[in-house]
Design a protein around this ligand. Sequence first.
Ligand SMILES: [Zn+2]
Length: 236
Amino acid sequence: MAWLKRKERPTVTVTMSTPQSTYVPPEDTRTNICPNCGAELKKVPGAKTKCPGCGRYIYVRTDPRINARIVVGEDQLEGVDDAIAVANGTWEERKAQKEHRAQAVAALTKQFGMTPNDADVNWRMWNEDFLTAAAKRDTNTMFSVSWKMVDQLGREKKYTDAVVVAARGIIMNWADFDHEVLPAWTDYIEKAIKSGISLTEAHGLFVKGAVAVATIPKYKVDVDRAWKDVVKVLGK
Ligand SMILES: [Zn+2]
């Protein structure tokens, strides 16, 4: 009822819950013993630490099952993070992600004939996430997954491939925000050009990449026009 003025609305009494009264601070049971190998560390870990003894990682978590701050070894991390997800109400999401990862690992193991590395597994999952999001018209996920992919390609210095994926995010943002071009994304085009490809080649890769978002009507844009705006940002 839009005509109802705010002051005429019935008053609602909000009873504040008192979580403070029931909150029990977790007990700190961390020690300086590496949970992976049993070596004694110089100090008690306060965050993720690499053990100088075994080279494996030590994590710090609050285990909701025992309400304690603990150091966690690589082999126990999954179980503890599962328990945290259950406590936080994010278990369903985590479970779906774990299942997706297991499927990706199985498919790649079959394809490669050996256990794939994390980067390959992530890459496959992102590709699938992007396609699923595109089918659902979930543009936020399309955008964020494309960023993860561009970032990964950048870390691997695969700048030519990065241009193809960067085109997705650039086109989406360009169409959504009045022809704005994001320098964070065009950085990869600049790096590709510095690594030796010509502007014409970069343009070709950009056009190729833009196809991936053209399934969404609002992103079926004049790619050459968007490219002109990209070129304006390059070298600035
Ligand atoms: Zn160790």
